[in-house]
Design a protein. Structure first.
Length: 426
């Protein structure tokens, strides 16, 4: 699913010495008569394709070009897994964009191949929180910068809960009781997708104590060195996921064919299930799809003593080290990661800001996530200290469980793959 934003119109007008103000709002055209010299074209490739996401990117690009009339930016996007497949092929063929979005797994490969420019000199780096800087730092170099902190949450249909005399669960015991209630009424209580639902549940439950005890550096070094296996930590979480499938809380066959923040949202807004496991960033979309649906996104109730949130440094931007316009590309990334733009982007994404002075999104439905996040009951879904593609491995393990493969077999496969993938990063 390919999407090119209306910036193409802006590019045409810019070539005539004009810029389309906002590239959409009333088609207002502003003439810049003082534009002189050569204009540099840079390309921006990303996986944010939804109209509401693209509108914010379009606005940031347009404002950047107003302040930098010597640079034109064009944005192209692809959906989901198609994007990362295309990115891999383009970079391998040395046809990558000047600026592109990456995730943890992609950075492992591209940084090892010398394909990512060092962004540690950007003026905006000092504005990031200590947690984000710790994630970004790679032996003194920075190969990517986040524009949001995404959160994975439990969507709760408040009307359905209230009508049945049930409350939003705060811990695992409470959640199981509510799940049993709705299962007893012949309903499938939890809508899950075939990517992020089960893996974030497993990662959150599996690594929570490690983070709370401050042992993440020690544990990840051990995992990277293959002194311990990934399943040592994630078996408990995947075991819970398997139990949810076995008890019918999750429909495995339906989940196998449910795409994240797409098919799952369509199912949830029908109002036939009380819960959905997916990214909180889709809350705004859910609200638009069904304005009359009363819902909240709350922390995962996965622990005996309370909930937790799984987070990621997200919508990460990198610059192609082989670009002919690295300087201009870095100037654009520096502009994009300015405080005002970060806040604008995070707010639209129903996400949190990665900056020290940033604020969580103002989307009302995700506000229950904030206390848990601020109190530190958090787990990083794809920690930068892990030298293995955990995002991909856990997604594939989730598919294995949903396909009916035994838990032990899935965990053995994951450990074997983690060892093989980790060795290729050395």
């Amino acid at each position: 699913m390919r999407r090119r934003i209306a910036m193409a119109a802006c590019v045409f007008l810019l070539s005539c010495g004009l810029i389309l103000g906002g590239c959409g709002e009333k088609n207002k055209v502003v003439n810049y008569d003082d534009e002189t010299g050569d204009i540099v074209d840079i390309t921006f490739f990303g996986n944010k394709y939804e109209p509401e996401n693209v509108a914010v990117i379009e606005e940031i690009i347009s404002d950047f070009m107003k302040e930098n009339p010597d640079i034109r930016v064009s944005y192209e996007s692809l959906k989901g897994s198609e994007y990362f497949e295309a990115l891999e092929k383009r970079m391998a063929a040395e046809k990558g964009a000047d600026v592109f979005m990456v995730n943890h797994d992609v950075v492992l490969d591209l940084a090892a191949d010398g394909k990512l420019a060092d962004l540690s000199g950007l003026k905006t780096i000092s504005g990031y929180t200590g947690l984000m800087l710790d994630q970004m730092d790679e032996d003194g170099k920075i190969y990517w910068v986040p524009t949001t902190v995404s959160v994975f949450g439990l969507y709760c249909n408040m009307d359905l809960l209230e009508e049945n005399g049930q409350k939003v669960p705060d811990n695992l015991n409470e959640w199981v009781q509510v799940l049993d209630y709705f299962k007893g009424k012949g309903m499938t209580p939890v809508i899950a997708n075939n990517d992020i639902s089960l893996k974030t549940l497993a990662i959150g439950r599996g690594f929570y104590e490690v983070y709370q005890e401050g042992r993440e550096n020690e544990v990840f070094e051990s995992l990277n060195a293959e002194e311990e296996s990934l399943s040592t930590y994630l078996s408990s979480g995947f075991s819970l996921a398997e139990e949810f499938v076995r008890k019918g809380y999750i429909d495995a066959q339906a989940a196998l064919h449910t795409e994240k923040t797409s098919d799952d949202l369509e199912q949830f807004v029908k109002g036939e299930s009380p819960f959905m496991l997916t990214g909180a960033w889709a809350a705004g979309r859910v609200k638009m799809m069904e304005p009359n649906l009363s819902f909240q996104v709350v922390p995962y109730p996965l622990l005996d003593d309370g909930p937790l949130v799984v987070i990621n440094a997200d919508t990460r931007l990198s610059v192609n080290a082989d670009s002919e316009h690295v300087e201009e590309a870095e100037r654009f990334v520096e502009y994009f990661t300015g405080a005002d733009n970060i806040q604008k982007f995070a707010d639209q994404q129903a996400s949190f800001s990665p900056l020290k002075e940033g604020s969580p999104s103002s989307v009302e439905e995700i506000r229950p996530l904030i206390p848990c996040y601020q109190s530190g009951r958090t787990v990083l879904g794809a920690d930068g200290k892990l030298d293995m593609p955990i995002w991909k491995l856990t997604a594939q393990a989730s598919v294995g469980l949903l396909s009916g493969e035994p838990l032990d077999a899935v965990m053995d496969w994951m450990d074997t793959q983690a060892g093989q993938e980790g060795s290729t990063q050395e």
